[in-house]
Design a protein. Structure first.
Length: 367
């Protein structure tokens, strides 16, 4: 399995210049290769197999940056085409904008060209960069690649991708009938509702920061675009968004770690979060909850321990079904927050749904 560790790096002035050049060259090469592919296909009807070496003769500035970073640009473009042909709904590859695209590049480990030691990260062309390594890398992990990125706030990060051997499956020691299973139902307010008693109410960090964000963005709108004050204020807005993002990630990582350590199997609904954010005017609430991120992080943490995440069909009537007697209601309005059944069961509808998801996951595993 692969696992990435993200550390903040502190490049000096010369390294900052070289990083900016590398980001720009990668973006330029991606756009140039995409443009040539489109032109070739329109002319001949065939896919052009272009490489970074074809552009270094005409554009000598490409020789100043890491060649492995440029090679990864080719791989990223080919992957974008493969994703489009496999699933056209993801969209045709787009050009990268200088102002809106994420500044990053990826370089690979070849013959020990990347080394992490003594608080320094050695990178090709860049040399040794000061790094804040807040955790140790376990023994037996093999470094594969490094992705260097620059946030809108101006901070630099390095994501180190390691390969390691996954441990033995811990969940196979017990039958699924006796396994500790947790059911999770998505909730608009609070992100999740659990079948068991877990204290994990999501604070809604974006909602908490809305007033400050509005104030900083209002000040930004009064600055002259391109001025030094505009750049300073733009960085303040970026720092506000970064703080919300970090708070959200911290909460999700702690919650998923607690769940992965406690339960053998977790059942969740296979929801389309993108579609949910586009309908019913719930976009901000859905995005702030980051349920998709929560599900992805929980998946890899369970897999690390040999445990399992079970996805329940999105059309399973988890909310309409009574967790006590099993009867299913024909209609249940979204405004009805309390589930009432003829058998006498009265409880929160999301809690009822979470219990039904847990039992459906158990049924799927033991079937």
């Amino acid at each position: 399995m692969n696992k990435a560790y993200r550390f903040r790096i502190y490049p000096n002035k010369d390294q900052v210049v070289l990083l900016s050049k590398t980001f720009g060259c990668c973006r330029f090469l991606y756009n140039a290769m995409l443009s040539d592919k489109i032109s070739e296909y329109k002319t001949t009807g065939k896919m052009l197999k272009n490489t970074p070496a074809m552009y270094k003769k005409e554009h000598s500035f490409l020789k100043e940056v890491d060649s492995l970073a440029l090679a990864n640009v080719q791989l990223h473009l080919e992957k974008a085409y493969k994703n489009f042909f496999r699933n056209p709904s993801v969209g045709f590859p787009k050009y990268k904008s200088k102002h809106k695209s994420r500044d990053s590049y990826t370089t690979n480990v070849v013959s020990g060209n990347i080394v992490l030691e003594d608080g320094k990260l050695k990178l090709p062309k860049l040399g040794r960069v000061r790094i804040r390594q807040h955790r140790e890398i376990p023994e037996g992990y093999r470094l594969k690649s490094v992705t260097v990125s620059r946030e809108p706030s101006g901070k630099y990060y390095a994501s180190l991708l390691y390969e390691y051997n996954c441990g033995e499956n811990q969940a196979t020691d017990c039958t699924y009938g006796a396994a500790r299973i947790l059911g999770i139902d998505y909730a608009m307010h609070g992100m999740t509702v659990f079948s068991d008693e877990l204290d994990a109410a999501y604070p809604g960090y974006l909602r908490q920061a809305e007033e400050k964000l509005a104030r900083e963005q209002r000040r930004l709108s009064h600055c002259e675009k391109g001025s030094s004050n505009y750049k300073k204020q733009k960085r303040k807005v970026a720092l506000c968004h970064e703080k919300v993002r970090n708070q959200r990630k911290d909460y999700i990582h702690k919650l998923t770690r607690k769940i992965a350590d406690t339960y053998d199997v977790v059942g969740v609904e296979d929801l389309d979060m993108k579609a949910m954010s586009r309908c019913l005017h719930f976009g901000k609430s859905v995005m702030d909850n980051s349920y998709g991120m929560f599900r992805d992080i929980l998946t890899y943490k369970l897999e690390e321990q040999g445990k399992k995440l079970v996805k329940i069909d999105r059309f399973f009537p988890s909310s309409k079904k009574c967790c006590k007697c099993g009867s299913v209601k024909k209609e249940l309005k979204l405004s009805e927050r309390i589930y009432r059944c003829n058998c006498g069961n009265v409880m929160d509808r999301d809690k009822n749904a979470a219990i039904n998801i847990r039992e459906e996951a158990r049924r799927m595993l033991t079937a």
